[in-house]
Design a protein around this ligand. Sequence first.
Ligand code: 5GP
Ligand code: MN
Length: 318
Amino acid sequence: MNNIIRKAIDLIKSIDEISIISHTSPDGDNVGSILAMGLALKQMGKRIKIIKTDIIPSDYLFLQHVDMIQEYDEKDIELLIVLDCSDIDRLGKLKDIVSKSKNTINIDHHISNTAFADYNIVDSKAAATGEIIYLFLNQMGIEIDEEIATCIYTAISTDTGSFLYESVTDTTHEIAAELLRKGIDKNKIILNLYQSRSMERTNLFIDCLSSFKTYHNNKIATVMVTQDMLKKANAQMEDTEGIISFVKDTKGVEVACLLKENSEGIIKASLRSKEYIDVAKICSEFSGGGHIRAAGCSINENIETAEKLIVQKLIDMW
Ligand code: 5GP
Ligand code: MN
């Protein structure tokens, strides 16, 4: 066992009350990982707090014990565990919590992770933080029950586009197989994650896809979601989940870009690539980051200008 992992495990064993924190715009990997860790540590007899940094998207509310994720109560933290979070800015308004906590552990798979904690367990080859959590819990001697397995399966499935992405390895499939052997209801998880799209979300997809544009010989495709579109479809920003994959899956498209108008002049861009463009590098040009094939950034411009800036940067760096 690696020395840092051993020290992190010893630290966890020595502390009775442990806090775990989600990141802003939490995705399935984040929610699944924090719940899996929370349930595992509870099994060890620890008192656990899971701190909510942002709204939990409805996609993940089917997970049992999701109500363990609660607002920050401002109390002193002996040990804080941060999962699937590349840097403290991803903790939004709660980012100071890291320096305020006595001990910190950071478990993540982002190549851009800034190693902000006392113990940093970062493996950029892992397809999801959920993969690292699975191995970590095994090393800790935790009995991975069906509930914990469901959370980890959710983490890995959502962060790999249902096991489609390039990041998926033999290890990913081995872990998935072991999770299935824990008795998880895979069909129910898939039904909840991918086959329960609300009518509002479908309507938002239709509207958003009508903004589809391509550049650079159809190798770049963009779509956008404005506040007006959300109002029209009676949808939330989280309902954009899935649009970008659909755009990327167009033949010949290498980079898909979804521009989300969080509020006027505050644009969140999501980028995905298929084979050869490093979108993390593109997003780092706008102070963002992520993975080679999936990254994001924020741009404080109107949505049309943000689109132009990203498309231009892509073409310049192609
Ligand atoms: P998404 O496009 O789904 O929001 O994010 C894709 C990936 O990029 C995720 O792994 C996420 O952590 C990362 N990412 C998204 N936005 C940002 C950002 O503003 N800064 C950094 N550092 N990473 C981001
Ligand atoms: Mn992740």
